[in-house]
Write a new protein. Structure first.
Length: 299
């Protein structure tokens, strides 16, 4: 039991090596070259560890708006990429920056979730021109450290009690309730609207269907190598006018005070906190995408 509980901790924290390395930019990035070529604005979407790019389903209609094209960054083992390397946050940022800098004259918008937040922040440091960053439920330095790991262990233990079982699937399903709405609300029946909003977006988090599975096949290890040591580079440039954080007030993984401390190192950009929302806010509060889009397209 202890072994798979630690796998849960690694998988969740992975949703959150400072050396910047040159790298080919196109392998992990999915995009339509024709649509990108015609666009004035390119939105690059970066999911969290163990999260499909399908999490961005509520934002896919952005591509139907004039002048906007979408691109997606894939993690090792996801969407056809082999599990032949471990995720490196700094390297991922450089890959995205390389892609963005090849799109001369276009506005670049970076949308990162959990681990994707730090990746987007690092990418923006290397991108030339007009760039804005939105980070949803962003991971923080060292993935929150011991305090975050301790909260996850406690929440998983409580999920075991609620599940009345040690079966991984049963416990994982109960723990996802905590990720959806926070620990207090997870102790009560989920409102129908929460179940309804959660079910169609991600097969990985199919709460309503009860088909949630613990990540396996080496993915947690491949996507979580740097979680306990990643920190902002010493030469990070403040970006208060280009970066915004969007967080759930009940996020059980990265607490609001951790995001505030992280943001201070980046020039204290705005933090928008949503009441009653957990770490999986993109599922239970998809309007966050429209809030982000309004800012992405504002003058």
């Amino acid at each position: 039991m202890l072994r798979w509980m630690m796998v849960v901790v690694l998988a969740v924290l992975g949703g959150c090596a400072n050396a910047r390395q040159p790298a080919p930019f196109n392998d992990p990035i999915m995009f339509d070259p024709d649509l990108v070529a015609k666009a004035d604005t390119v939105v690059i979407m970066i999911p969290g560890a163990m999260t499909s790019v399908g999490m961005f389903t509520p934002a896919l209609h952005w591509a139907s708006r004039e002048g906007v094209a979408l691109a997606f960054y894939r993690f090792p083992g996801m969407h056809g990429l082999p599990v032949d390397r471990k995720l490196d946050i700094a390297l991922a940022g450089s890959q995205i920056a390389g892609f963005a800098n090849s799109l001369e004259g276009k506005k670049i918008r970076l949308l990162g979730y959990s681990t994707g937040g730090p990746i987007a922040i690092l990418a923006a440091q290397e991108i030339e021109g007009d760039v804005r960053i939105a980070a949803i439920s962003s991971a923080v330095e060292r993935a929150g450290g011991v305090s975050t790991a301790a909260r996850i262990v406690a929440d998983v233990a409580e999920a075991i009690v609620r599940a009345r079982s040690l079966r991984r699937e049963a416990v994982w399903l109960q723990y996802y309730r905590t990720l959806l709405v926070g620990r207090e609300a997870a102790r009560k029946p989920l409102p129908p609207e929460v179940v309804a909003s959660a079910s169609p977006i991600s097969s990985q988090t199919a709460v309503a269907a009860g088909t949630v599975k613990l990540p396996e096949k080496g993915l947690p290890a491949a996507q979580s190598r740097d979680i306990r040591r990643w920190t902002l580079p010493d030469d990070i440039k403040p970006m208060p006018g280009r970066l915004r954080f969007y967080v759930g007030k009940e996020d059980p993984v990265f607490a609001t005070h951790q995001t505030v401390a992280f943001a201070k190192k980046l020039g204290s950009p705005p933090i928008y906190a949503y009441a009653g929302q957990g770490h999986l806010m993109y599922m239970t509060n998809p309007r966050v995408f429209e809030d982000i889009y309004r800012w992405f397209t504002a003058p």
